[in-house]
Design a binder for this molecule. Structure first.
Ligand SMILES: [Zn+2]
Length: 93
């Protein structure tokens, strides 16, 4: 079983990964990075339920786990509410 929506979900993950990369090139805005990580995690969790193909399911589980781990790490290490802002082109913070 593979949902017809899985290609869309994978596409959203790829787009958010590309946007995440863009943020690291210019200014690593903690808010935007967190937002894209949450979106990738959410699409990965959604995608897990859309297929019985173990290869895809394992990849999506790892993807969501990785996002969770990175978000936890960023929250623990940055305390980004107090970090001086340089100005994000996307969110303006
Ligand atoms: Zn931003």
């Amino acid at each position: 079983m593979v949902s017809q929506h899985l290609p869309y979900t994978i596409d959203q993950i790829v787009k958010n990964l590309a946007l995440l990369e863009e943020h690291f090139k210019d200014y690593a805005c903690p808010d935007c990075i967190n937002k894209h990580l949450i979106l990738i995690e959410g699409y990965a969790e959604e995608g897990m339920t859309m297929t019985n193909d173990e290869k895809w399911r394992l990849l999506l589980v790892k993807c969501a786990d990785m996002c969770r781990a990175v978000r936890k790490e960023l929250t623990m290490t940055q305390g980004h509410k107090d970090t001086p802002r340089k100005g994000c082109k996307t969110c303006g913070r």
